[in-house]
Design a protein around this ligand. Structure first.
Ligand code: NAD
Ligand code: MG
Length: 382
């Protein structure tokens, strides 16, 4: 049986690598839906190659351009963000891979869960802003959420066969980004161009900035809490600059299991698509002879305050992680436009966390309100 995959965000970094995995395993997977924000030329090219049932372009002004080329190929073409959600609901695909970036991933992920599709989750922001509600929905609809994020995939792989065994601690690794080891003074002058040069991973712009500021690791701590139901105090971040150990699990007898390999997102993507099977990969292998040492450090929470802010947001719970996420999204794009400095990103997030109304019991309605309100406040502030 060929698994039909909806690839949401197919023109992005994760989306493109997902299509590589699908292309390498035509006997296992096919692309059923492809969606993009605004990159019409690439979406068209992907659709011509993979012949999905449906494509959606979120940017409505690009509809004509896409439809003219694809409709003769018998591919349904829709436009607008709401069409992403609708095509997921109406589709008979087997799995939805969520590789949209940011809060925009929440609605389609929720729609996919409610229509009973398995989720391969790359869009971590969904679990950051509404982890409690999303996991409840997933349980209610008996819908598996398979992690694509490399750290969470590593933990998931370490947990295979350990269902009965209590977990003592999750150890999330992170490279530390391009500014690892810098003090406040040095961080004052870093530019967005430098921030976009990640030492070990090639990714979309938003997550690359998040990696430089350690917000990505903060979002991942929150993501791990919801995926694995582990208390926040038992989730530890370890800086590991070589990005070879992708994360670890410590069990109650003190044993630690790690998942290792060269940094590549194709492995976690493929594992999420093919779980519980492992498929043959043509990619290069890790060789011990090429790595003389693997090193580990503590994260610097004083100079990289975003990680501390994310942990605080998780501790407070309610709508606080949603405030953190919305403020961070606005701050990251403002930094990329040169409107604020690297260190001001944390200031903006912190100001939002202390000034927006805190709500303890979250609902989808108040999460959408919190997101909109935080963005508006943030834009004003900047
Ligand atoms: P990206 O920016 O490269 O791609 C994002 C995709 O989403 C593109 O196809 C874009 O067209 C689409 N998109 C953006 N805004 C949209 C909107 N409003 N409506 C509809 N579509 C929209 O991002 P990425 O690096 O591929 O990351 C995607 C997600 O995966 C993020 O949540 C990120 O945190 C997570 N992730 C990425 C990596 C990685 O290696 N890139 C690793 C782990 C997790
Ligand atoms: Mg990650």
């Amino acid at each position: 049986m060929v698994k039909k995959i909806a690839v949401l965000g197919s023109t992005g970094s994760i989306g493109r690598q997902t299509l590589e995995v699908i292309e390498e395993h035509p006997d296992q997977f096919s692309a059923e839906i492809l969606t993009a924000g605004s990159n019409a030329p690439l979406l068209i090219e992907q659709a011509q190659k993979f012949r999905p049932n449906t494509v959606v372009i979120a940017d409505k002004s690009k509809y004509k351009e896409v439809a003219e080329v694809l409709q003769p190929l018998d591919i349904k073409v829709f436009a607008g963000e709401e069409s992403i959600t609708q095509s997921v609901e109406c589709s008979d695909c087997d799995m939805v891979l969520t590789a949209l970036v940011g809060f925009a991933g929440l609605k389609p992920t929720l729609a996919a869960i409610r229509s009973g599709k398995a989720i391969a989750l790359a869009n971590k922001e969904t679990l950051v802003v509404a982890g409690e509600l999303i996991t409840q929905e997933a349980i209610q609809h008996r819908c598996p959420i398979l992690p694509v994020d490399s750290e969470h995939s590593a933990i998931f792989q370490c947990l295979a066969g350990e269902l009965q065994n209590p977990v003592e601690k999750l150890l999330l690794t992170g490279s530390g980004g391009p500014f690892r080891g810098m003090n406040r003074e040095q961080l004052q002058n870093v530019t967005w161009q430098q921030a976009l040069k990640h030492p070990t991973w090639s990714m979309g712009r938003k997550i690359t900035i998040d990696s430089a500021s350690l917000m990505n690791k903060g979002l991942e701590v929150i993501e791990a809490k919801w995926l694995f139901n582990v208390d926040p105090e038992n989730i530890e971040v370890v800086i590991h600059p070589q990005s070879i150990i992708h994360s670890l699990v410590q069990f109650s007898d003190g044993a630690i299991k790690a998942q290792m390999g060269l940094p590549s997102m194709k492995l976690p993507i493929c594992y999420a698509l093919s779980y519980p099977q492992r498929l043959v990969s043509p990619d290069p292998r890790f060789e011990f002879k090429n790595f003389h040492q693997l090193t580990f450090e503590q994260p610097d929470l004083n100079n990289f305050r975003n990680l501390a802010l994310a942990k605080e947001a998780l501790k407070q719970g309610g709508n606080m992680p949603c405030i953190l996420n919305a403020a961070n999204e606005i701050a990251v794009y403002a930094f990329l436009e040169g409107k604020i400095t690297f260190l001001q990103m944390s200031d903006v997030v912190e100001k939002c966390m202390t000034s927006l109304p805190y709500i303890k019991e979250i609902t989808f309605d108040n999460i959408f309100e919190t997101d909109a309100e935080t963005r508006a406040r943030c834009i004003e502030m900047i």
